[in-house]
Design a protein. Structure first.
Length: 866
């Protein structure tokens, strides 16, 4: 018998008997695998077992925060309120455990202390606090996202002589604060839920607030008839809609920006969201509350005004108003009378930003004041100071994977997961709703079901395939972490010191912990990983090891969404159109695109082209006082489509960011005017502008060229001609995804030839309209083929990872560098040919455009305002 075929005591060990652990046990039993769950509490419930503080409730409606896997429950269990209390939820979980006889597979009052992967046996060895070791093939951490309390990082903790309570470890026996002086530290969800109830009992209540939170009223009561009617009309359909929604709760998706409606409409929507009383309503009122700081501030100010209208004392009201982070980037709270509690005479707020805690003493809490310290004396102190969220419960166990590596060491700089479900070096270890999965940003009950299903299906797949071990590949994991961070970077979340960022725990790495792409996108991705043969996993069994390496999502998140949207529109390919149709089509698309930023002045005019024809131009002048350097810009469009105004948003953006005048000049188009009409016009325009710098408000000697795609081709050609034909002097060339060569054999044409908007077919169509085959080798068509590139001005070249033109742009950058030209090259990760210019439509291109503007500034070292 070889080591691998040794039988473990259990196929699966589960840690935790909360919402996740219970469903896992059920599924595993149905699959016919042996499983045991270890639970440190003495009953089921997990978070709902421990969080018994007064007022504890769910902040997602109970009709949503409930199991969908047992449809009988819908008939057997009726929630008494919209937001059930902790005791009711605990009863529900107990009911489910009884109904499915799950307790027999749970070892209560047993804590898992350590887990070691044995490479020889391919088994996990699980050590529990009763001294036992249990072996298993698969080890599942169903430990919850908010189960390990954060250490109370306050001086003197432990010295208080009175009663001490932690919201996350509330006693099982009733706590009565009647007649007592109580201090509460913290103003997160736990505090906000418990404070009104503690206030109703205590003689005096003092709340110590470091950072105020946004809270909205729950309007708790019976399930609203409209909600009940909706779910009862077709429960299965409702649940399915929830599975494919972004938060795990069916909701209308907002299509408008908060900034594109009138103040009246905005207020009306916010008021409606406020009245709805759900944590999703306000953030979902418009499509940019969590991505645009100005939009967010309109919602934040709405809530601040509500606080000011509820709280009588203006100083207290202002102290309760959050102002240091965007709404929703710290968990929004749902309350029942929280703000009104501060109108009661025996309730006071201590603002720790003004008077920080000095220490906890035997008698109470001392805070620092301008003239020393003030002491507050208490009979009881409640710590509502939060959790080591999302990673705390996982790394609190000594988990040792391959080669003796500890998970907590591997995650020292933040969690590394694939799909939030597994981590490299820890084979057969699964996490339910782990970091980098939607988890806490969604309806947890639903996300738990999705993860449990995925994990159980994977175990089933391995069994039927005769495989025993699964582990993500480093490439897949790194790709997922990057993708998760890319999503976070599109949002305002990184701006807050929240537990989402790990920022509430001193010393914890600051990274966005939950996945921000939404439940629907995440579910689809998990499904795709499976459909693509467990992409990104290494799977092994007695017959050997199979590696299916790869990255599931490589595009920038917003670029991927845009491509999906375009695919749904099923538009005809441009290369199936005539040039006239293609121009009309592209103009119609441009009309739908968001506008660019305001600039100081926009001026339209004409200037003479190469054959004396008029060329339209549009000039963009910065708001700052001139004169300014001038950048002559050539639009994209494959020499066939576009005009002086078609890249308006990009030109505005470049103008604002670079502080230069941008002159977007048109040129004659093919097929009416074929090669070399376009570069001839470009060169004529540059010469003419150089001769009229003063008229354009420019700085003499500060003239650069720029362009996108075919326009970048013209910019590159013009620069070469200026060098060869006696000027003008060009300070620099900014080439965004340039056409530099007529060679279609480079790998990027094959790798990215289809599916990324600009296709190989379309490039072929452009070239065919533009230039005879015999002309294409001409350096005025293919500037890469110039005899020499020496002596050209500095260049910035941007290429995009998923662009057929990527490799020729990079070849040009390399050739310029070889020729001794000062060249800066940026390959824009996850971008496509058309995405970087999409100003105000795609956020991920912002940093690239920032670098482009920096390069322009660098072309003109003196005289550009910073
Ligand atoms: O914890 P928190 P929580 N000195 O971290 C303060 C979920 N939940 O238990 O923000 C002084 O939100 C800290 O101040 P600051 C829900 O997802 C759900 O309330 O760090 N103050 C903050 O005010 C929620 O988000 C429900 O400046 C200190 C508070 O303590 C999550 O659990 C109900 C401090 C901690 O707030 C966590 O909520 C309850 C110090 N040294 C909770 N250290 C449902 O309804 C910390 N604080 C399902």
């Amino acid at each position: 018998m070889n080591e691998q075929s040794r039988s473990p005591e259990f196929d699966v060990v589960v840690v935790g008997a909360g919402v996740a652990g219970l469903y896992l046990l059920h599924r595993l039993r149905e699959m016919g695998v042996t499983a045991v769950a270890f639970e440190s509490g003495d009953d089921v419930g997990g978070t709902w077992y421990w969080n018994r503080y007064p007022g504890a409730r769910c902040d997602v409606q109970s009709i949503d925060y409930s199991y969908s896997w047992d449809t009988e429950l819908d008939e057997q269990w009726e929630w008494s309120e919209r937001y059930a209390t902790q005791p009711e939820i605990l009863r529900y979980l107990g009911f489910v455990a009884d109904k499915h006889d799950l307790r027999r597979d749970i070892r209560f009052s047993t804590r898992v202390d350590g887990a070691v992967w044995n490479d020889a046996t391919s088994l996990w060895e699980i050590a529990t606090d009763d001294g036992a070791t249990t072996t298993c093939r698969y080890y599942v951490m169903a430990t919850g996202c908010l189960s390990v309390m954060k250490d109370a990082d306050i001086a003197g903790v432990g010295t208080f002589d009175g009663e001490v309570y932690y919201t996350g470890r509330w006693p099982h026996e009733e706590v009565d604060f009647t007649g007592k002086r109580v201090g509460v530290i913290g103003t997160g969800s736990s505090a906000i839920q418990s404070i009104p109830i503690i206030a109703s009992q205590a003689d005096e209540l003092t709340i110590f607030q470091r950072t105020p939170n946004f809270s909205i009223p729950a309007y708790n009561g019976p399930v609203r008839p409209a909600d009940a009617a909706r779910i009862n009309a077709d429960r299965a359909a409702y649940r399915e809609e929830a599975r494919w929604s972004s938060s795990g709760v069916p909701r209308e998706v907002a299509e408008l920006s908060a900034l594109e409606v009138t103040e009246e409409v905005r207020q009306e929507r916010y008021e409606r969201a406020w009245q709805e009383g759900t944590i999703f309503s306000l953030m979902g009122a418009f499509n940019d509350i969590l991505t645009n700081a100005d939009a967010n501030d309109t919602a934040a100010e709405f809530v601040r005004n509500k606080i000011r209208s509820i709280v009588d004392d203006p100083v207290t009201a202002e102290a309760l108003c959050p102002k240091t982070y965007p709404l929703g980037t710290k968990r929004l709270c749902l309350d029942s009378g929280y703000y009104a509690t501060f109108n009661q005479p025996h309730v006071r707020l201590v603002d720790l930003r003004e008077n920080p805690i000095q220490s906890i003493t035997g008698a109470g809490i001392d805070v620092v004041t301008a003239d020393g310290a003030t002491s507050y004396e208490f009979d009881a102190i409640v710590f509502a100071t939060g959790f080591d969220a999302m990673t705390g419960a996982i790394v609190s166990v000594d988990i040792t994977g391959r080669d003796g590596v500890q998970l907590r060491d591997r995650w020292a700089d933040g969690p590394h997961t694939y799909l939030g479900v597994m981590s490299v070096g820890f084979p057969n270890l699964f996490m339910v709703t782990g970091p980098q999965s939607p988890s806490v940003l969604s309806n947890m009950a639903l996300s738990i079901e999705q993860h449990v299903d995925w994990i159980c299906d994977t175990i089933e797949h391995l069994r039927t395939d005769g495989k025993a071990v699964i582990e993500p590949t480093p490439v897949a994991e790194a790709g997922w972490v990057r993708h998760s961070n890319d999503f976070a970077d599109l949002t305002l979340f990184p701006q807050a010191n929240s537990w989402y960022m790990g920022a509430n725990v001193p010393g914890k790495p600051r990274v966005v912990l939950p996945y921000l792409g939404g439940v629907d996108r995440y579910r689809k991705t998990c499904d795709q990983v499976v459909e693509r043969g467990y992409l990104g996993f290494e799977v092994s069994g007695e017959e050997g090891t199979e590696v299916n390496d790869g990255v599931i999502i490589q595009l920038q998140p917003d670029v991927g969404i845009m491509i999906e949207f375009m695919e749904e529109l099923a538009l005809p390919p441009m290369d199936s159109m005539s040039p006239v149709e293609a121009r009309a089509f592209s103009e119609a698309m441009a009309a739908e695109s968001p506008a660019g930023p305001d600039v100081g002045q926009v001026l339209d005019g004409t200037l003479p082209g190469a054959d004396g024809n008029d060329l339209d131009f549009r000039l963009y002048r910065p708001a700052e006082q001139g004169p300014h350097p001038i950048v002559i810009y050539f639009h994209g469009g494959g020499w066939v489509i576009g005009n002086a105004t078609s890249d308006d948003a990009l030109c505005r953006d470049l103008c604002v960011r670079s502080g230069a005048v941008i002159v977007s000049v048109d040129y004659r188009h093919a097929p009416e005017a074929r090669f070399p009409a376009a570069p001839d016009d470009g060169f004529a325009a540059v010469r003419w502008i150089a001769d009229h710098v003063d008229d354009f408000g420019g700085v003499p000697g500060q003239l650069a060229v720029a362009g996108w795609s075919a326009g970048a081709n013209i910019a590159a050609v013009v620069t070469q001609r200026a060098r060869d034909e006696g000027g003008p002097e060009i300070s620099g060339q900014l080439l965004l995804t340039p056409v530099t060569d007529c060679d279609f054999t480079r790998p990027s044409y094959t790798e990215n030839g289809d599916g990324y908007i600009l296709t190989t077919a379309l490039m072929t169509w452009f070239w065919d309209h533009y230039a005879d085959v015999a002309d294409r080798d001409d350096p005025r068509a293919s500037p890469l083929r110039a005899e020499s590139l020496a002596g050209l001005p500095p260049a910035m070249i941007v290429t995009c990872e998923f662009d057929p033109l990527r490799d020729e742009g990079e070849a040009y950058a390399a050739a310029l560098a070889d020729a001794g030209v000062d060249v800066r090259h940026r390959r824009a990760r996850g971008q496509i040919h058309t995405s970087v210019p999409a100003v105000n439509a795609l956020l991920s291109g912002v940093s690239v455009r920032g670098e482009m503007a920096d390069a322009l500034r660098g072309f003109f070292p003196a005289g550009v305002p910073a």
